[in-house]
Design a protein around this ligand. Structure first.
Ligand code: FPP
Length: 239
């Protein structure tokens, strides 16, 4: 395998932070940061694919984000709506497979339908898997998984002693997707903020001061390089 391809993380997750600060620094409304952030998402997806990353998961809207000012929530939802409704052609061209993770039942009906269509229409694509977290919270995801498992126990399909870690993984929104190897958070915060808390048990974390709208291919390469150096140092001996 070529040197450049060695130890490329298979799955990269990103907490895209700092849209508001990016806008404020430029005297722009926060929403301008989100618009620029959405453009960066599309570019990074392409870059990640070219680098050989197989799965990319981004935190677009958390369960806590509903408490932001209504106008900002509306802007974010409209951005996501536009993305879901217009990105099919691009996904087909780039062979991208989309999955939305999070509780979709609280989203507007038309957005839910757009998500269903996009997931359905890209499900046989064999290129990069792109997971977008919308109305997502790690604890909420575990709560929903627990409720499904409890239901199976109640129906007699499953016995409590048969519940393994795999049973839980299989009931998460990310079922079937390998756990992230690398989690990137932009904009200087060093917290996981309820993102993929089960899946990130062994994940390497990478924090950068760069705000999300300024994030680019070079920054992604830096994060991947840091990951590869850590991999080499640990020699794969520790989990
Ligand atoms: C955090 O910045 C960012 C968000 C809450 C939203 C992220 C969403 C996008 C980039 C758009 C998603 C689009 C697609 C197509 C998936 P912040 O507002 O918390 O920034 P701050 O911490 O500087 O205030």
């Amino acid at each position: 395998m070529a040197e450049t391809e060695r130890n490329i993380p298979q799955h990269v997750a990103i907490i895209m932070d700092g849209n508001g600060r990016w806008a404020k620094k430029r005297g722009l409304p926060r929403t301008a940061g989100h618009y620029q952030g959405a453009k960066v998402v599309e570019q990074i997806l392409e870059d990640a694919d070219h680098m050989g990353i197989r799965y990319l998961t981004v935190y677009a809207f958390s369960t806590e984000n509903w408490s932001r000012p209504q106008a900002e929530v509306k802007t974010l939802m409209n951005l996501l709506r536009t993305y879901m409704k217009t990105s099919l052609a691009k996904c087909a061209k780039n062979n991208v497979r989309i999955r939305v993770i999070g509780d979709k039942t609280r989203l507007d009906a038309d957005l839910q339908e757009a998500i269903r269509n996009l997931e359905q229409d890209t499900r046989n694509n064999t290129g990069i898997g792109f997971q977008i977290a919308i109305n997502y919270g790690g604890r909420d995801e575990l709560r929903r998984a627990a409720a499904q498992i409890a239901q199976q126990v109640q129906e007699g399909v499953l016995r409590p002693e048969e519940i393994t870690e795999e049973t839980i993984s299989d009931h998460l929104d990310t079922a079937g997707i390998p756990d992230p190897d690398l989690l990137i958070r932009t904009s200087g915060e060093e917290r996981i903020s309820n993102f993929l808390i089960w899946q990130c048990a062994y994940t390497e974390y990478y924090f950068t001061d760069v705000t999300w709208p300024d994030f680019n291919k070079e920054e992604l390469e830096k994060a991947v390089d840091a990951y590869r150096h850590r991999e080499r140092r640990m020699g794969g001996l520790m989990q």
